[in-house]
Design a protein around this ligand. Structure first.
Ligand code: ZN
Length: 293
C-alpha cells in the first residue's frame, strides 16, 4: 500500500466536534450508498479532470484505463493546450457526466477573463478563436457542480470545491470546510491539478498523496476507502499535471470494492509541446508540461 499520509492532525478543532456528533449518520449514509441494488449499473467509474486541450495525454489515459461502466469529467476540458476541439469531441464521444471548469467558462465567454492571469487569459482567448460554434455552445451548457449521479448516491462531483466551483483546494486546511459540509461521504474534485485526497475523521484531517515507484512508467496505486470518513478525491490532471509528475493522471472509483485507483501514464509529451509552440501559444505552456508544474 504505497500511500504516504502527510499533514495529519490539523490545528483546526472545530471539525472534530462536528464530526463526532453525527458519525453514525455518516456511516448509515455510506452503507446506503453501497447498497448493491442502488449501484448495480455503475461499479467502475473512470474519473477524468483538467484535460486542458491535451489530446495526446487524453488518448494515453483512455488506452491505459481498465474497463469501466461510466465516465465523469470534472471540467477544464479546454485551455492551455493546442487541441481544444479534439479534446471536446473526444469527451463528448465518451459520454457520461460532466461538470464545467473555469477554463471552460472563460473560453466559451461566460466568465470574465479579467479573473485570469495573463498566461491563462491568452490561452483562453486563443481557445475561443479556435473552437467551432457547436463546441462553444456545448461548453456553455456544461453544468455547474456539484452534480449528483443517481447510480452513485454516495458521491458528488465538482470542479473546484463543493462550496465554490472556482475554489482551489490545495492544503488540508483548505479542505476542512468542504469535508465537513459535504452531504455525502465522497466528493471528487479537480482544479488544483494535484492528484490525491483529503480525508476527515474524528480528531484528524489529512492529505494523502499516491507514491509511485517510477517517474516514467504506467503505474497504478490502489487505495481502500474507510467507511466512517469523508473524502475529497482529486484524480489529478490529464493534460497539465502540477504535482511534479509529468505523466497524465486519472482515477478509477470502484464502488463495489470501495477503492480509488490513482493512475499515471506516460504520453507523447513531445508532440503536445510542439503543437503548443506551432500554435504560437506562450512557450511556457509547453515547457511546464515536462516539469509537471
Ligand atoms: Zn484546470
Amino acid at each position: 500500500m504505497p500511500i504516504l499520509a502527510i499533514g495529519l492532525r490539523s490545528p483546526i478543532t472545530r471539525g472534530c466536534e462536528f464530526l463526532l456528533l453525527p458519525a453514525s449518520g455518516y456511516v448509515r449514509a455510506w452503507r446506503q450508498g453501497y447498497n448493491r441494488q442502488a449501484i448495480e449499473e455503475f461499479v467502475r467509474v473512470l474519473i477524468l479532470s483538467d484535460i486542458h486541450s491535451n489530446i495526446e495525454a487524453l488518448q494515453a489515459c483512455l488506452l491505459a484505463a481498465p474497463v469501466y461502466d461510466t465516465v465523469v469529467n470534472l471540467g477544464d476540458i479546454v485551455g492551455y493546450g493546442a487541441n481544444p476541439n479534439e479534446a471536446i469531441e473526444r469527451s463528448r464521444q465518451l459520454g457520461g457526466y460532466m461538470v464545467r471548469g473555469n477554463h471552460d467558462k472563460a473560453a466559451s465567454g461566460i466568465m470574465d477573463l479579467s479573473e485570469f492571469n495573463p498566461l491563462a487569459g491568452m490561452a483562453a482567448l486563443w481557445t475561443r478563436n479556435q473552437l467551432s460554434e457547436e463546441n462553444l455552445e456545448w461548453l456553455r451548457q456544461l453544468p455547474q457542480g456539484p452534480i449528483h449521479i443517481p447510480e452513485l448516491p454516495q458521491a458528488q462531483f465538482v470542479h473546484g470545491s463543493p462550496i465554490d466551483e472556482d475554489e482551489y483546494l490545495v492544503t488540508a486546511h483548505d479542505a476542512v470546510e468542504s469535508l465537513l459540509s459535504a452531504p455525502v461521504p465522497l466528493t471528487f474534485f479537480g482544479h488544483s491539478h494535484v492528484q490525491g485526497a483529503f480525508s476527515s475523521y474524528p480528531g484528524e484531517e489529512g492529505s494523502l498523496r499516491p507514491v509511485y515507484a517510477s517517474v516514467g512508467r504506467t503505474e497504478a496505486v490502489d487505495w481502500t476507502l474507510e467507511e466512517d470518513r469523508h473524502y475529497l478525491i482529486n484524480p489529478g490532471s490529464v493534460g497539465q499535471p502540477r504535482d511534479g509528475d509529468w505523466r497524465a493522471a486519472f482515477a478509477i472509483f470502484d464502488s463495489d470494492r470501495r477503492t480509488v485507483t490513482f493512475n499515471r501514464v506516460p504520453y507523447d509529451l513531445k508532440t503536445a509541446q510542439e503543437r503548443i509552440l506551432a500554435a504560437n501559444l506562450p512557450p511556457r505552456l509547453a515547457t511546464r508540461l515536462s516539469a509537471g508544474r
